[in-house]
Write a protein that binds this ligand. Structure first.
Ligand code: ZN
Length: 523
């Protein structure tokens, strides 16, 4: 029995794990690599498996770094079921269609640019090709770390691996189109939380609430019927949310597993307490109001936007902030909010109570939903003060970039980060205190105020991750039944993974940080 780490290993995107038993092959998540070009080029590397041979795909949640590669894998021949909660299915439909569309637009824009700048384009193509080669090398290095495995030359997997990784890859083509995404959607099949089902021969999966975004799940996989081996349980954390966050239930605590695969986005950091986060939000809104300025909150469309609106609505209703106009500038967030509304079965007690009391916790009074890009541009002429919540959360694309262009050198503007800023992104530069940034090829001074709140993160911080992992050993000793033999640390930048590892060891568990495309033997 083997587990292949095909993404989310030494990096925070591209989550994808292949579980191979003697009877079946199942993928857990099928995420897209995002962020820097060195990362995204990995989406183009030949798949590590033959998609037709995969029996089932289990999806933890609808963020692109967990589901974004699905249309590509379906295009390459996958025909099995893609199992997810109902809310995840609706959100995944939204993000996959959008992703296909964006990639087509991106490729078209790239084409036009190449025609206008043939020389620069040639240099860029060469850089892309070098990045691709480096990624191929990295993939091969990882595959070689498959310790103790003796390759069978007749095995199709081995034959696939022995092929050169790059075959006719056109890096300028869209990875997949909106039509490709559409074609993948009929494979999505609903599962219920907390109900175990056999998803492939000898592989049983239970989806447990992860409290990260609507519909998100921790997936517990139980493997039965392996020759000569006892049953085994592997728990995939997916992305773990935080206790006490708005709207959603807390992440499910688990106590037994043979192996745990745990995310580590914030493995090296602590969030400020939630009360503190709310206080900073309230202070920031008041300051912007007094200064007659603009508050720009770059926010992910799914999850973060709904939580920020929830908090602003709360603060307003208890009189802690003045009533500023709020522009919600993200067509995707609007659609995601509609999906949130359709799934009250995923809400926590507090949100249910608010709904029963006739409140509308997913709405801010008088908020203006911005539909067209003309309306988006017109916001700059609106009387101040006001607030904008716009996507995306790392300032790497979407409507928020237009607002950044307007506000970057405006001392009366505040940019408030409420989520994770990936390495190398515009958001990370600003957060690190950059004095100038390059927008549309121009160097611009940063004169606006930059403020960050990490307490609204959808991800557990270091202590919360450790609390969750501790549940698997609490009151018992290593070697006792149900205490994991190994804890695989994934889905984190190298510093985060390295920071979490000794802490897991201190709990008496054996941490292991796999590298990309590495496979490990689970005995
Ligand atoms: Zn996520």
């Amino acid at each position: 029995m083997h587990l292949h780490f095909l993404g989310g290993a030494r990096t925070v995107t591209g989550s994808q794990y292949l579980l191979e038993t003697s009877q079946a092959r199942v993928l857990i998540d099928c995420g897209m690599f995002q962020g820097s070009p060195n990362e995204s080029v990995r989406n183009r590397i030949t798949l590590a498996y033959e998609p037709r041979d995969i029996d089932a795909m289990l999806l933890t949640h609808a963020h692109l770094d967990h589901c974004g590669l699905i249309p590509h894998v379906v295009k390459e021949g996958y025909r099995g079921p893609i199992l997810a909660t109902r809310a995840t299915i609706e959100l995944a439909e939204l993000v996959l269609l959008d992703s296909g569309k964006l990639q087509e637009e991106f490729a078209k824009r790239g084409d036009r640019w190449e025609r206008r700048h043939p020389e620069k384009a040639a240099t860029e193509d060469a850089e892309d090709a070098a990045r691709f080669d480096a990624a191929v090398e990295l993939a091969e290095e990882g595959a070689e770390r498959w310790s103790g495995h003796v390759p069978d030359p007749d095995d199709p997997e081995t034959q696939l691996r022995s092929q050169p990784a790059a075959i006719d890859v056109d890096l300028d083509e869209p990875l997949y189109t909106e039509r490709d995404a559409q074609a993948a959607l009929p494979l999505l099949r609903p599962v219920e939380y907390d109900a175990e089902a056999e998803v492939a021969p000898g592989i049983h999966a239970t989806y447990l609430d992860a409290g990260h975004i609507l519909g998100s799940a921790i997936i517990r996989v139980r493997i039965t019927g392996e020759p000569g081996g006892p049953d085994r349980t592997i728990v995939f954390s997916g992305d773990l949310g935080r206790r006490g966050t708005p709207i959603l239930r807390d992440p499910t605590a688990l106590t037994h597993a043979d192996f745990v695969v745990v995310e580590s986005t914030y493995g090296g950091r602590e969030h400020e307490p939630e009360g503190e986060a709310v206080r900073i939000l309230a202070d920031t809104v008041r300051l912007v109001s007094e200064a007659g300025g603009v508050l720009l909150v770059p926010s992910f469309a799914i999850g973060r936007t709904q939580e920020v609106v929830w908090e602003l609505d709360r603060l307003l209703s208890v009189g802690q902030i003045p009533h500023l106009r709020l522009y919600l500038d993200s067509p995707m967030a609007r659609k995601a909010t509609d999906i949130y509304r359709r799934h009250p079965e995923c809400y926590d007690e507090e949100t249910r109570r608010l709904l029963e009391a006739g409140e509308t916790p997913l709405d801010y009074p008088g908020s203006i939903v911005v539909n067209t890009s003309e309306q988006s541009r017109a916001i700059a002429r609106a009387p101040r003060p006001y607030m904008i919540v716009a996507s995306n959360g790392m300032l790497t694309g979407g409507r928020v970039v237009g607002h950044l262009r307007e506000l970057i050198d405006d001392p009366a503007a505040t940019i408030l980060f409420v989520g994770y800023q990936g390495e190398g992104t515009m958001g990370a530069h600003l957060q690190a205190g950059a004095k100038t940034v390059r927008i549309d090829g121009q160097v611009r001074d940063v004169r606006c105020r930059i403020q960050s709140i990490s307490g609204f993160s959808a991800h557990a911080d270091r202590s919360e991750l450790l609390d969750w992992v501790r549940g698997f050993v609490d009151g018992r000793r290593p070697g006792d039944p149900g205490v994991p033999r190994r804890v695989f640390i994934v889905h984190g930048d190298p510093e985060a993974e390295d920071a979490l590892s000794p802490q897991v060891a201190a709990l008496g568990l054996e941490p292991y940080i796999p590298c990309w495309r590495e496979a490990v033997d689970l005995g």
